[in-house]
Design a protein around this ligand. Sequence first.
Ligand SMILES: [Zn+2]
Length: 235
Amino acid sequence: MKIDLHIHSVYSDGCCSPEQIASRIKALGLSGFALTDHDSISGWTRAKKAARDLELTFIPGKEIVIREPIRPKEKKGRKVGEILALFLDEDIKIKKEEQNISNLHEIADQIHDRNGIIAVPHPFSIFFRTQKIIYYLAKNKIKFDAIETMNGRCNAFENAKSMDYASEYKIPQIGGSDAHTFREIGTVYTFADANNIEDYRKAIKKGFGKPIGIQKGNIEINLNRLNGRIIRFLK
Ligand SMILES: [Zn+2]
């Protein structure tokens, strides 16, 4: 199965509806997609139906921002990174304001209790400011299941660093486009030898998933970001 495990829709800061995402995935010949909107599961119902209509596999997900506690004169805590929760049965019961490092254990437990797996997206991205998350996960001895070693919005250097880290510590790898615009959808996916979602999930957890995609250059990555901003501005 070939599944893009990291896609944003109009339910967070993406430009596409769940139906447009499903249509693009189908046109590219992939098996399915995960919807991983920022701190939101509002698109799940539509995405599930859109996937079913096109005989695609849908994986419910969520990209959860993690912050440091709020310091004096700050409105919100500084971002330390994000966690990609995939294969969730239902939403976690922690409010967005409480998604901070002191609740990391609780967040991880809730994801695992809901059949989910924890992947660390773009862990060495300079743009996303997500480099501290690995440190906090290690410091709190929190087990994560996978690392995103090919992210469609990371450059070759950042993805290579993630791959080196995953190889060194023998952590399962996944890939996802992190698409916010139509053209980005399905440009990176994770292949695993499986016939159904449960076998695919197990394969990913065991480290049999293979991130696949063509590495984009810095100019293309930044044009995609700009394109997303323009589309959102015009809406
Ligand atoms: Zn993302």
